[in-house]
Design a binder for this molecule. Structure first.
Ligand code: KMH
Ligand code: ZN
Length: 292
């Protein structure tokens, strides 16, 4: 599972000159309303346009939630398939479908997301309070979802909202073995009200709890965006940014779109001398073989 690009101690990666920064754009999410956030990409055309701009700005992975004709979150399989095809047609981005969906989605629908045959998917490693709601991920569902990724050849990204989720990831790997693609990549989702806070000290603890050889990215929700971005770069990690996680560029200044969030991440990664990773290199690091 260990590769030359994944030092045994991930916190030493920055000091040892880990070469490039994987930037994932989480473009839409399931929580914001188009009516109040007009820049949110909710149609297929809007999503493809955003994806194209984000690739040009430095993204290598797109984390995808889709909406229906009324801009409500949906896991409609035909739409998911069309979305995967359209993103493949127009970009080189790794297409990572959300299996988290919205807090109201059933386990059955969330499992069926994998039938859309994406390159990759998110896989959240535990239940977490989610503002006033609960994002429910019990162990049997996590197991079933992981086993299905292995069967269908979809590369999972393990979403860690809290330290206990890292413990569940260890249990999952011990019980069911390595993920499809052979490499463990995690995303620390920080600053969700109910999850781990988005600060540097917590990030360091979370990274230390990950399996040896794992690579990781981090994202800070809302006002945690910038502290987590800087902490992740300092600690040698990769970055997730986008309008799923923040709808503001700065206090009181709404984001004009996903591209400017990716541009800022790419610029900061460049300043850290770890410029954005190309999609082709990201495929190698993550074990995504593009065979679909
Ligand atoms: N929308 C959240 C309830 C994921 O995409 O896998 C869950 C979420 C995580 O966004
Ligand atoms: Zn998501």
């Amino acid at each position: 599972m260990m590769t030359s690009s994944t030092p045994a101690d991930p916190l030493r990666a920055a000091a040892t000159g880990q070469a490039a920064t994987l930037i994932t754009v989480a473009a839409t999410g399931a929580e914001s309303d188009k009516a109040t956030v007009p820049a949110l990409p909710v149609t297929l055309d809007e999503l493809v346009a955003a994806a194209t701009q984000c690739q040009a700005a430095g993204a290598a992975v797109i984390h995808v939630h889709i909406r229906d004709d009324r801009a409500r979150p949906t896991l409609d399989l035909a739409r998911l398939r069309d979305t995967v095809a359209a993103l493949r047609e127009s970009t080189d981005l790794i297409v990572q479908l959300s299996t988290g969906g919205a807090v109201t989605d059933s386990f059955e629908d969330r499992l069926a997301v994998l039938d859309a045959a994406p390159d990759a998917c998110s896989l959240t490693c535990g239940t977490v309070n989610f503002g006033d709601e609960v994002f429910v991920n019990p162990w049997p569902f996590i197991r079933d979802l992981y086993a299905r990724t292995q069967e269908l050849g979809v590369v999972p990204e393990f979403e860690i909202f809290d330290l206990g989720h890292a413990a569940t990831l260890h249990r999952l790997l011990a019980d069911l073995g390595a993920p499809y693609g052979g490499h463990v990549h995690c995303d620390l989702v920080m600053g969700v009200p109910g999850g781990m806070p988005g600060d540097a000290a917590t990030l360091v603890q979370a990274v230390a709890a990950l399996p040896a050889g794992a690579t990781w990215s981090a994202t800070g929700v809302g006002r945690a965006t910038l502290p987590v971005l800087f902490a992740a770069l300092a600690a040698g990690g990769h970055l997730r940014v986008g309008m799923e996680d923040t709808i503001s560029y700065a206090r009181g200044r709404p984001a004009t779109g996903n591209a400017e969030l990716v541009e800022r991440a790419a610029a900061l990664a460049g300043l850290a001398q770890r410029p954005p990773m190309l999609p082709a290199d990201a495929r190698v690091m993550l074990g995504v073989n593009g065979r679909h």
